[in-house]
Design a protein around this ligand. Structure first.
Ligand code: SF4
Ligand code: SF4
Length: 385
C-alpha cells in the first residue's frame, strides 16, 4: 500500500515540478551541482531509463530531506528520490547490500549462519541486555523501549537509558535485536517490499506488548515506529529518548559540572521531525551547548547511508564537519549518528557522547548508590535464607 501511495504522490510531484533547481541547490551532495532536474525527473518517471550519472546520484542520496525545504511547488524531492531508488533497487552497490544482509527475520540458511557469527562478536556489547535479543515472548506493559540493532551500539547509551528507567522504578519491556531491525535502511535503499516485511515482524511484537508509549534511541527506529502508527494502524504515543527524559526530568536529580559540548542534529529527528529544540532543552540542564554553523557545505547528516559503499566519501563529509567543532566534546541525539561519527571523532581527538549518556553522567552517583543499596538488600535476604 505504501508503495502504491508513493507512486501516486511522486507522479503528482512530477507534474507540479517547475524545474527551478532549488532542491539541488539545497542538496549537500557535491554531485548535486551537476545534476540536471530534467534528467532526474525523466529518470524518476516509470517508463524511462536512467543515465549512469543519475543512477550514481540516486545511490549516493542519503535521504536527508534538505531538498524538500526549498521547493516552491511543494514537491517532496526526497520522496521522488526514494521512488527512483525503488526502480534501481536491483542494482544496489555491494557495500550497501552487505550492510543490509543480516537484518530482519526472513533470512536464508546461510545468512542466518553469517548473522550468528557476526553477532557473536557483538555479544559483550549487549551485556546484561542480551536476554532481550530477538526474544519471542513479551509481557504487556505501558512502556516499551524499542532498541532494535542499537542493543549492540558501542556508545552503551542503551544500557544507560535502561538504568535510568530502572532507577525511576518504571515497568517496561524491551524490543531488540537484528530480527527486529527497523527496516529503514532497506526502505531508504528503495527495497520497500523488504522493509514492509520487517515492519510486519515489528508490528506483531509491538502488538504483544500493547504499550501506551514507545521510546526510541535512533532516528531510524523512530521512523519505523511512525510507519507502524501510520500504515499499520498501531496506536501508541511515540517518543524519542530525549522527549521521554524531558517528561521525567523533574524527577531526576541532575548534578555535576557543565562542560561545553558541540551538538550534532540528526537528519531524521532534527530536520524531518522538526525536533531540534528538544535535545537542546535537555542538554541545557547538563552542559553548555555550542552549535555548528549549518550550510550546504556542512551537511547535517552523519553519513549513515553513505558509510558502507562509499567509505572515502563518508570520511570527506565527516572530516569537513568535524573541522568545525571547536570544543573537546561533541554530542549527538540519534545513536546511529554516534555509531557513524565515533571513528572520525576519535581521529580528531573529539570525545563523542550522546544525550542519554550526558543525562546518565549527571545522575550516575545516585544510580550507583541505589544499585549498591539493592545489591546489599539482596545479599542480606540471601544470608537470612
Ligand atoms: S534527500 Fe538529501 S541527499 Fe537526497 S537529493 Fe535530497 S537533499 Fe540530496
Ligand atoms: S525545487 Fe521543487 S519545483 Fe524546483 S526543481 Fe526541485 S522539485 Fe522541482
Amino acid at each position: 500500500m505504501f508503495k502504491e501511495n508513493l507512486e501516486k504522490e511522486v507522479s503528482e510531484f512530477l507534474k507540479q515540478c517547475t524545474g527551478c533547481g532549488k532542491c539541488m541547490k539545497a542538496c549537500p551532495l557535491p554531485e548535486s551541482d551537476q545534476m540536471l532536474i530534467r534528467s532526474l525527473n525523466y529518470a524518476t518517471y516509470k517508463k524511462s531509463l536512467p543515465t549512469a550519472k543519475t543512477i550514481e546520484f540516486a545511490q549516493k542520496c542519503i535521504q536527508c530531506g534538505a531538498c524538500n525545504i526549498e521547493c516552491p511547488a511543494n514537491c517532496h524531492r526526497e520522496k521522488m528520490m526514494l521512488w527512483l531508488k525503488t526502480r534501481l533497487s536491483n542494482s544496489l552497490p555491494k557495500g550497501y547490500k552487505n550492510a543490509l544482509k543480516y537484518k530482519g527475520s526472513r533470512l536464508s540458511f546461510f545468512q542466518k549462519i553469517g548473522r550468528y557469527f557476526a553477532l557473536k562478536k557483538l555479544e559483550p556489547v549487549a551485556g546484561e541486555l542480551k536476554k532481550h535479543v530477538d526474544k519471542k515472548d513479551f509481557k504487556e506493559t505501558p512502556l516499551l523501549f524499542y532498541l532494535g540493532d542499537s542493543i549492540y551500539s558501542p556508545s552503551l547509551a542503551q544500557h544507560k537509558l535502561i538504568a535510568i528507567a530502572e532507577y525511576m522504578n518504571k515497568d517496561f519491556e524491551i524490543l531488540a535485536g537484528y530480527k527486529y531491525s527497523n527496516g529503514i535502511q532497506h526502505y531508504y535503499a528503495g527495497l520497500l517490499d523488504e522493509a514492509d516485511k520487517m515492519h510486519d515482524v515489528l508490528y506483531d511484537a509491538v502488538l504483544k506488548v500493547n504499550p501506551a508509549t514507545v521510546v526510541t534511541i535512533t532516528g531510524e527506529d523512530y521512523e519505523a515506529m511512525k510507519h507502524l502508527q501510520k500504515h499499520w494502524g498501531l496506536n501508541f504515543i511515540l517518543k524519542t529518548a530525549t522527549e521521554w527524559l524531558l517528561d521525567n526530568v523533574n524527577k531526576l536529580n541532575l548534578k555535576g559540572e557543565k562542560q561545553k559540548v558541540t551538538f550534532h542534529d540528526s537528519c531524521i529527528l532534527g530536520r524531518k521531525e522538526n525536533k531540534k529544540a528538544l535535545p537542546r532543552e535537555l542538554l541545557d540542564k547538563v552542559c553548555t551547548i555550542v552549535d555548528i554553523p549549518q550550510d550546504k557545505g556542512l551537511c547535517l547528516c552523519c553519513g549513515f547511508l553513505r558509510g558502507e559503499h562509499e567509505p572515502d566519501s563518508l570520511q570527506r563529509m565527516q572530516t569537513k564537519k568535524l573541522e568545525q567543532v571547536k570544543t573537546k566534546n561533541m554530542s549527538v541525539e540519534c545513536i546511529n549518528c554516534w555509531n557513524k561519527l565515533a571513528p572520525a571523532a576519535e581521529q580528531k581527538n573529539i570525545k563523542l557522547t550522546d544525550v542519554i549518556s550526558l543525562v546518565y553522567s549527571a545522575l550516575e552517583e545516585e544510580i550507583k548508590e541505589e544499585q549498591a543499596k539493592e545489591a546489599e538488600q539482596i545479599r542480606e535476604e540471601d544470608m537470612e535464607e
